[in-house]
Write a protein that binds this ligand. Structure first.
Ligand code: C2E
Ligand code: MG
Ligand code: MG
Length: 592
């Protein structure tokens, strides 16, 4: 083909005696180009006015050929394209071929991106006009912009993403290198957000995050200063500071704007956030600065959330400690370092042991017994809680069955479930499997969940309904400290409420707590639920609970959590009752 074309041109050229570089069929070619070329071109005079245009310009510009004739090209241009276009025309008039991306305005006002390629039209060595080839690149531009947007912005909030933030941070670190004022950043995590997501669903969570993002932009309003890093985590550029305290002031403002309740579907929602702050030290690049802010954030979370922490050099080993801890925990399970303690639960009317709660302990080779408060949150965070929780369930059921087989009174054992365990899909299958394996009858297993786990009412009801079908009991632990709704208490198949020990503790001193406890008992009974009070430490507390017809109690007053061997002794002692001294009961009665 190439050969044939070359031959065609050469042959045609030879026929044009006047100008050998122009084909003999010049006029036919021009006619075809002008009328049928898919590429649009315009002829512009030396003053930049339209002389001619091959296509109907209506579609592209919104003007007819007649409208455009004699009009200035520049008039169509977007302001930003003025200067470069004029420069291009100028160079073309001087004989250059040029190419340029410009933006024009359609007659109805919307922007159109064009690529123009300009060539001089020369007659006898002089440029008499400019030929402008015009290509609509709006679609290509849009695709590029979309790709850029997807690469540098978060789709949901429209905020810059991690990549965008890191690029900006790197630039600022470069710009401020060697200066006295140093860049400061914060890393923010919304407290308890996973709970919102698991309880209300992702859509709800997303709407809440949008509102959080909007609030944050009030404090970090310069473009690029605020980014959504992932999930419920945001990063903010706090500016350049001379000392960390300056960054802290900005962070306090951020915490303040989040204080006001959010509203979703008319429901007010209180949120808080934990923040980690880092100020650049010599040698820090963007990644190490972010890592420092992240380490500080973890510290803020460990310290009870809803707070901020400024990174200090001693903090990095802590992260390492944490990893080691996670690793040790996993090793401990296979090394059988976890044990269960059992705390008896007493019937308040008879004083008899009617149940027990299995409480996990880690018998650490060097540190002795570690309480669950220290390792359950870490286990929950890493997901290790699932195998660990399985072990607790199996061990508690096996032990209870063993005691029953030994002829001891048949009483249920309570097992605490963590959030992750409760929300796993195969929870009921697991419970069924453990019961089958150990041979424990389902009515002797009670599962303790917390109020927050019932926030996703649909999910919780499905799960609880299946557990109920299995014949397993369910109680609400730490009742009164979380979100409560009469609706779920009435509708979910729950058997028992465990009044949180914080209310029981001050029953004697705090009339408010006393009122809460008696109200919970009355309400539970009206809803046909059993009530147990936890953390009962004194005789007076016990009497108060009896007077208010609380069904059961658990706490140091009866017995602390005991190793299995000691619990066995307690169960064997048929006479074991908690001490009910007549005198103190009489004293309590006279109080009323
Ligand atoms: P919880 O389920 O509310 O357990 C009751 C806690 O109160 C236990 O703490 C118990 O030792 C303590 N306690 C009992 N009587 C008294 C008292 O009279 N006064 C006071 N001040 N405290 C009393 P422990 O064993 O340290 O457990 C703490 C929490 O760890 C438990 O709270 C439970 O939420 C969690 N936990 C324990 N074992 C497990 C487990 O196997 N799995 C899961 N997921 N969580 C567990
Ligand atoms: Mg419990
Ligand atoms: Mg509790």
């Amino acid at each position: 083909m190439a050969g044939a074309a070359a031959w065609g041109w050469a042959a045609a050229r030879s026929k044009n005696r006047e100008n050998p570089s122009v084909p003999a069929y010049q006029s036919e070619l021009l006619h075809s180009l002008y009328n049928y070329s898919p590429i649009a071109f315009a002829v512009i005079d030396r003053q930049g006015r339209f002389l001619d245009i091959n296509h109907d310009p209506y579609e592209l510009f919104g003007y007819s050929k007649e409208d455009m004739a004699g009009q200035s090209f520049v008039r169509l241009l977007d302001e930003d394209s003025h200067t470069p276009t004029l420069q291009t025309f100028y160079r073309t008039l001087n004989g250059e071929n040029c190419s340029l991306d410009i933006r024009i305005r359609h007659k109805d006002g919307h922007p159109i991106d064009l690529n123009i390629a300009t060539s001089p039209m020369i007659r006898r060595g002089k440029t008499i006009a400019i030929l402008v080839f015009v290509q609509d690149i709006s679609e290509r531009k849009r695709t590029l912009e979309r790709n850029h947007y997807m690469a540098y912005y978060d789709d949901m909030t429209g905020l810059p993403n991690r990549r965008h933030f890191m690029n900006g941070l790197e630039r600022r670190i470069r710009e401020t290198a060697g200066q006295e004022l140093r860049p400061a950043i914060c890393y923010l995590d919304v407290d308890g957000f996973k709970l919102v997501n698991t309880s209300f669903g992702r859509d709800f969570g997303d709407m809440l995050l949008l509102q959080v993002a909007e609030r944050l932009t009030r404090c970090l309003s310069v473009h690029g200063d605020l980014a959504r890093m992932e999930g419920d985590e945001f990063a903010g550029y706090l500016g350049e500071v001379s000392e960390p305290a300056e960054a802290a002031r900005k962070v306090e403002q951020i915490m303040e704007v989040l204080e006001e309740p959010f509203e979703l579907n008319g429901v007010p929602i209180h949120l808080s956030a934990s923040l980690g702050v880092a100020v650049r030290e010599p040698g820090d690049d963007a990644s190490s600065l972010l890592r420092k802010a992240d380490a500080a954030l973890h510290r803020a979370k460990e310290n009870g959330r809803n707070d901020y922490h400024i990174h200090t050099p001693d903090m990095d080993p802590a992260a390492l400690d944490k990893l080691t801890f996670q690793h040790e925990m996993r090793k401990a399970l296979s090394a059988e370092e976890f044990v269960l303690f059992y705390q008896p639960q007493y019937d308040l009317a008879s004083g008899q042991i009617v149940g027990m709660e299995a409480l996990l302990r880690w018998k650490h080779a060097e540190r002795g017994y570690i309480s669950p408060g220290e390792f359950i949150p870490a286990a929950e965070e890493s997901g290790f809680i699932v195998p660990l929780g399985d072990w607790v369930l199996e061990e508690a059921c096996r032990q209870n069955k063993r005691w029953q087989d030994a002829g001891l009174p048949k009483i249920p054992v309570s097992v605490n479930l963590s959030m992750r365990q409760f929300f796993r899909r195969d929870l009921t299958a697991k419970v069924e499997e453990v019961l089958a394996q150990t041979g424990l009858e389902p009515q002797y297993l009670e599962l303790e969940i917390t109020e927050s786990m019932t926030m996703d009412v649909d999910r919780a009801s499905d799960c609880l309904a299946i557990l109920k079908k299995l014949g397993v009991q369910v109680s609400i632990d730490d009742f009164g400290t979380g979100y409560s709704s009469f609706h779920y208490l009435k509708n979910l198949p729950i058997g028992k409420l465990k009044i949180d020990r914080s209310f029981v503790r001050d029953i004697q001193q705090d009339p408010g707590d006393a009122a809460i406890v008696s109200a919970i008992i009355a309400m539970a009974h009206n809803l046909q639920l059993q009530v147990i009070a936890e953390g009962v430490e004194t005789e007076e507390q016990m009497h108060f609970l009896r007077r208010h017809r609380c069904d059961e109690m658990q706490g140091y007053f009866g017995s602390p959590p005991l190793p299995a061997a000691d619990m066995l002794k307690l169960l064997e002692d048929k006479r074991n009752r908690f001490a009910l001294s007549v005198t103190s009961e009489a004293a309590a009665a006279s109080e009323e």
